[in-house]
Design a protein around this ligand. Structure first.
Ligand SMILES: NC(=O)c1ccc[n+]([C@@H]2O[C@H](COP(=O)([O-])OP(=O)(O)OC[C@H]3O[C@@H](n4cnc5c(N)ncnc54)[C@H](OP(=O)(O)O)[C@@H]3O)[C@@H](O)[C@H]2O)c1
Length: 265
C-alpha cells in the first residue's frame, strides 16, 4: 500500500501534491501545526477520494520527538511510509540585522531541522525494507544568496548539502532521495512573503510570473516517480544548479549594481 506522508500538507505546494496522490488512491498523512487548516485540507481532498484515506496530524516539525511520535501514529494507521515529502517551510524576509533572533532561528528549525526530523522518523525503516522515496522541498533561494533572505537561504542551502550526503548513503539500499528547488509559486506563503519582500530582493528576483502550485506539484510527483535526485523547474534554476559556481560571481555583480541603482539618492 502506498502511504505518502507530507509535512506542510495542509496548504500550498504540499496540499497540491496531496491532491495528486489522492487522485491515485494512495493513503495520505498530512502534517502541519494548524488543526483547522488540516481539517479543511482533509475535506477538500475528500472530494477526490475516500476521506478515510486521509489522516491528519497537528505537529510542529521543529520538535524532533513530537515529529517522530506523530509519524509513528501515521504508520500505525496506514502502515509504513513509502513516500515522504518534507515540504513544511516558513519564510520571514528582511535584512539580517532587522530580523529577530527568534524569526531567524524558526526558519532554520522548520526548514532544515523540521525536514531532518521527518527524514529521521522514516529513513531507517525504509533502508531496512530497501525501498522508499524521500523528497525534500528546497527553493531557488537554496541555489543563490538573495538580499533579505539570510535565514531562508541558509536553511534551503543546508538542505541541499543534507540531501547530497544522504543520497550517497542511501544509494546502496535502493531508497531514493530527491530535492527540488521551486521558483516563486502561487501559495499562501508566497502572498504573505510579497508583503515583506525587500525591494532589493524584488529587483534581483525580477518579475517572472509565479508558478501555479498544481503545475509545480505535477513536476515534483513526476520527479518522485522517476527517482530523480534534483529538480530545477526552469532553465534559469537549472543553469544555477549546474553551473552556479561559474555564473554566480557575474550574477552577484549584476545584483550589486541593480541594488545600488535603486538605493541611489
Ligand atoms: N511558494 C513559493 O514561492 C515557494 C518557493 C520555493 C520554495 N517554497 C517552499 O515550499 C514549501 C511549501 O511552501 P508553500 O509556499 O506551499 O507555503 P504554505 O502554503 O504557507 O504552506 C506551508 C505549510 O507548511 C506548514 N508548516 C509551516 N511551519 C510548520 C511547522 N513548524 N511544523 C509543521 N508544519 C509547518 C504550514 O502549516 P502550519 O502553518 O499550520 O504549520 C503549511 O501546511 C516550503 O518549504 C517553502 O519554503 C515555496
Amino acid at each position: 500500500m502506498t502511504h505518502v506522508i507530507i509535512t506542510g500538507g495542509s496548504s500550498g505546494i504540499g496540499l497540491a501534491i496531496a491532491g495528486i496522490y489522492a487522485s491515485r488512491g494512495a493513503h495520505i498523512s498530512l502534517l502541519a501545526r494548524n488543526l483547522a487548516a488540516l481539517e479543511s485540507a482533509q475535506a477538500l481532498l475528500g472530494k477526490k477520494c475516500d476521506v478515510s484515506t486521509i489522516h491528519i496530524e497537528s505537529v510542529d516539525v521543529a520538535d524532533r520527538t513530537e515529529t517522530e511520535d506523530t509519524v509513528r501514529r501515521c504508520e500505525d494507521r496506514f502502515g509504513p511510509c513509502t513516500i515522504l515529502i518534507a515540504c513544511a517551510g516558513v519564510v520571514e524576509p528582511g535584512p539580517f540585522e532587522t530580523i529577530s533572533v527568534d524569526d531567524f532561528d524558526r526558519q532554520l528549525q522548520t526548514n532544515l531541522f523540521g525536514a531532518v526530523h521527518a527524514v529521521r522518523a522514516v529513513y531507517p525503516a525504509m533502508k531496512a525494507r530497501r525501498s522508499g522515496r524521500i523528497m525534500l522541498v528546497s527553493s531557488g533561494a537554496g541555489l543563490i544568496g538573495i538580499y533579505g533572505y539570510t535565514a531562508y537561504c541558509a536553511s534551503k542551502f543546508a538542505l541541499h548539502g543534507f540531501a547530497e550526503a544522504l543520497r550517497s548513503e542511501a544509494k546502496p539500499s535502493g531508497v531514493k532521495i530527491g530535492i527540488c528547488f521551486p521558483p516563486d509559486t502561487e501559495t499562501p506563503q508566497f502572498t504573505r512573503e510579497l508583503e515583506t519582500r525587500p525591494r532589493e530582493a524584488a529587483v534581483v528576483m525580477g518579475s517572472v510570473a509565479p508558478w501555479p502550485a498544481a503545475k509545480l506539484a505535477e513536476r515534483i510527483v513526476d520527479a518522485i516517480d522517476k527517482g530523480r535526485f534534483e529538480t530545477f523547474f526552469d532553465l534559469t534554476l537549472w543553469l544555477l544548479g549546474r553551473f552556479g559556481s561559474v555564473a554566480k560571481p557575474m550574477l552577484n555583480l549584476w545584483f550589486d549594481r541593480a541594488i545600488a541603482r535603486i538605493n541611489r539618492p
